[in-house]
Design a protein around this ligand. Structure first.
Ligand code: SAM
Ligand code: SF4
Ligand code: F3S
Length: 493
């Protein structure tokens, strides 16, 4: 564990609390954190009395659904500590940025925002600024923050979010910058509080970390090794969510298809899925991400035979060139990938298949991009996130020489994007005229007489309706295809 406070190295997390003279906080988790949350509540009661108002927090999330879910947990911890949610950064007493580092622009955005926070802190020196998440697992980032952003109050990483209450208490007591970054993951702490963004749908972590080490990707370095939660804990969490009114869950992992390896007794992802489909009251199940190398026939069968599992799979392609896929350490070929797509579509003709594509990987040439475009045309993706390769220090690809110039990469990127847009439009058309169950998520932003929801395929649908429908699953006829979304009419049952 790398854990230090004000430059002082502390080797045992517990010494943080001992250093401020606490009376025996519990040794077990999450009891220990509940204890610190209680201590913070006492402090906030006083502060609130002095200020004559609630003490508020604001959480800003960068990055993927893993971070979204972590932010819900950290917001839950803040609420447990006695804070209330602020509408904006300007009115917050604690600001938490949960950061991402998957591409360089994610880091640039956070450093840009820190400039804004500096001026907020100058106006309000009591403001507490906390940074967490993947970017904080990088030594160079911590060094830069120490040197140039010394107004930051608390920094912690991805492995110790459960300790947020304890770290915050330490900061409130000591008044100096706390940095607590663990190089390696420890145990999974269950039963953390959580403030869910939506009352009717929720992400559920089924595993943490990643063992795949794709050569361009920093995630395994900042999220640690793959750890699966026990099926019992997952089922218990989903049962609790459904009893709270959740209709849809999104099972989260960097590679859900390898779920269960290392568990005793071992469990496969399809086995877990099957068990989840049996949960009373749960209506929809989604999952992401799936790694193509581990997508099994058994999974396709479980998906096809359950009405609860949504007709959608996100299956990252990254590249269509066998040579580049090998350099990326992806462990499948173009042919393997296309065969899995064929199996999915043969068994589920209405399934939406979305993907991630990287353009400009160091060893990629324009001929390799041709192969990617060929896969996009053959697979007919319903949608794709296309990224320009971003060099991540410490990954194997960072030391590979480039075969294309920046200009060539941008030209190729535009070609890939255009092809993806063409297939996505064509696929969206495929659902025109169908009547599908839509989970209503919100009042339409532009027209308050309309609501917006999602089809099982994850495509958005707008139709006439009011706030009483939010959180309901209703049948909607898809009357007008508008490129990548639909307008529709609700069918009254
Ligand atoms: N585990 C997921 C999977 O393999 O499907 C991916 C998670 S990653 C957070 C999301 C996407 O970011 C990847 O699929 C990849 O396309 C993209 N990505 C990762 N590292 C990247 C890099 N260095 N440059 C550009 N895109 C990158
Ligand atoms: Fe990154 Fe590959 Fe792991 Fe996905 S599977 S998080 S792309 S290393
Ligand atoms: Fe997600 Fe970004 Fe971390 S994509 S896993 S938040 S590096």
């Amino acid at each position: 564990m790398i854990s230090d406070r004000d430059g002082e190295r502390i080797t045992d997390g517990r010494s943080l609390s001992n250093s401020v003279g606490l009376l025996n906080p519990p040794d077990t988790e999450p009891e220990r954190q509940l204890y610190f949350a209680g201590r913070i509540r006492e402090i906030l009661k006083e502060t609130s009395k002095k200020k004559g108002r609630d003490i508020r927090f604001f959480v800003q999330t960068f990055g993927c659904q893993m971070n979204e879910r972590d932010s819900e947990k950290m917001s839950g911890i803040l609420i447990n500590c006695g804070y209330t949610q602020a509408e904006s950064e300007e009115e917050a007493d604690v600001i938490l940025y949960n950061t991402c580092t998957v591409r360089d622009n994610a880091n640039v955005r956070v450093f840009g925002r820190l400039g804004v926070l500096k001026s907020l802190k100058e106006k309000n020196p009591e403001l507490l600024i906390c940074l967490s998440g993947c970017m904080m697992q990088e030594e160079s980032v911590i060094k830069k923050i120490r040197e140039s952003y010394s107004f930051v109050d608390l920094i912690f990483g991805t492995h110790n979010i459960y300790k947020f209450a304890e770290l915050l208490y330490e900061r409130l007591r000591s008044g100096s910058m706390i940095v607590d970054i663990w190089e390696h993951e420890k145990e999974i702490v269950e039963s953390l509080p959580s403030l869910r963004k939506y009352p009717f749908k929720s992400g559920v972590n089924i595993m943490f970390g990643c063992n795949n080490f794709c050569s361009y990707c920093i995630v395994p370095y900042v999220r640690g090794r793959e750890r699966s939660r026990s099926p019992k804990d997952i089922i218990r969490e989903i049962e609790k969510l459904t009893s709270d009114g959740v209709r849809e869950v999104m099972l989260l992992g960097q590679n859900v298809n390898s779920y269960g390896r290392g568990l005793e007794p071992p469990v496969t992802f399809p086995e877990l899925l099957k068990e989840i489909t049996g949960i009373q009251g749960l209506e929809r199940i989604r999952f992401m991400s799936s790694h193509p190398k581990d997508l099994s026939d058994e999974l396709i069968e479980v998906m096809a035979s359950s009405d609860k599992i949504c007709d959608h799979i996100h299956l990252a392609l990254q590249s269509g060139s066998d040579r580049v896929l090998k350099d990326m350490n992806r462990h499948y070929t173009k042919e393997d990938y296309l065969l899995k797509i064929k199996k999915l579509r043969d068994r589920m003709p209405d399934i939406a298949i979305t993907t991630d594509i990287i353009v400009g990987f160091p060893t990629e040439t324009p001929e390799d991009v041709e192969e990617t475009i060929d896969v996009i045309k053959k697979a007919e993706f319903d949608g794709a996130f296309t990224f320009i390769y971003s060099k991540r220090t410490g990954t194997p690809a960072a030391s590979m020489p480039f075969n294309m110039t920046d200009e060539e990469i941008h030209i190729q990127f535009d070609r890939v994007l255009k092809t993806v847009q063409e297939t996505a439009r064509k696929r969206t058309e495929h659902y025109s005229g169908m009547t599908l169950p839509v989970l209503v998520e919100s009042i339409n932003e532009k027209d308050p007489s309309m609501v917006t929801g999602r089809m099982p395929q994850n495509t958005s649908v707008h139709f006439k309706g009011d706030s009483s429908l939010v959180g309901e699953i209703v049948d909607v006829r898809l009357t007008k295809c508008c490129g990548f979304y639909f307008e529709g009419e609700m069918i009254r049952g």
